[in-house]
Each structure stands twice: as structure tokens, then as C-alpha cells.
Design a protein around this ligand. Structure first.
Ligand SMILES: [Zn+2]
Length: 116
């Protein structure tokens, strides 16, 4: 999924939420993205700005929180946060750990500029 796809997915969610809240304008959007997604945040900002034209979110500020990637150790079951690359367990040193997160895409919050 590239920046444009993420931006349009976010906009669809924002649009939906705005409709449910009878909002006509959104002033800011807070997003959480898993650290395993390889996204350029600047490109995401501009893709969002372009995609938001003519929608309730036109001109809205997009703030993005990058979530840590979580791994689970296959040996001791320890869960830890680490870089997206495969890495050893900090508890037991076992080299084989599996990623258990990092692909999230969540709309955390948004501010309504105008409630009809
Ligand atoms: Zn371990």
C-alpha cells in the first residue's frame, strides 16, 4: 500500500466519521501507522492534502504517530519492541523472533471544525 492508497483509505474513514457526527469541516486528523509500513510521511501529507480537496477534510492538518514494531520470541515468548528487521530476543538472545505488529493503520482522533 503506498501513500496515495493510505491517504484515500484515511479519507474514507474520516468522511464516514464526519457524516456520522454531522460535521461539515474537519480541522485535524490524527493517525497511527505501524512502523512496519514503509511510508514517506511527507509524501503521505501531500497525498492526503491532494485527496482531501473538495471533501470535509480539505485543509485539515494530518498528524501521524508511528507505532513501534512488536516482536515475539519463539523461544521464551517475550514480547518486545524492535526495528522492522529480524532481530534477537533481548531476554534470552534467541535469534528467531516473529513480528506480531507494525502494520496498523488507525484513525486515532479527529477534530471537527464545524458541527451542523
Ligand atoms: Zn526470548
Amino acid at each position: 500500500m503506498d501513500e496515495h492508497e493510505v491517504a484515500s483509505q484515511v479519507l474514507a474513514a474520516v468522511d464516514n466519521a464526519a457524516y456520522r457526527n454531522s460535521a461539515t469541516r474537519i480541522s485535524s486528523v490524527h493517525l497511527a501507522i505501524g512502523g512496519r509500513r514503509v511510508l514517506d510521511l511527507n509524501r503521505l501529507q501531500s497525498a492526503f492534502a491532494v485527496a482531501a480537496r473538495g471533501t470535509v477534510a480539505e485543509g485539515a492538518q494530518l498528524s501521524v504517530k508511528v507505532l513501534p514494531v512488536r516482536h515475539r520470541c519463539r523461544n521464551c515468548g517475550n514480547n518486545f519492541e524492535a526495528s522492522p528487521a529480524d532481530c534477537p530476543c533481548p531476554a534470552c538472545g534467541h535469534p528467531h523472533t516473529e513480528m506480531i505488529g507494525g502494520e496498523e493503520l488507525q484513525l486515532l482522533d479527529m477534530e471537527l471544525a464545524d458541527v451542523a
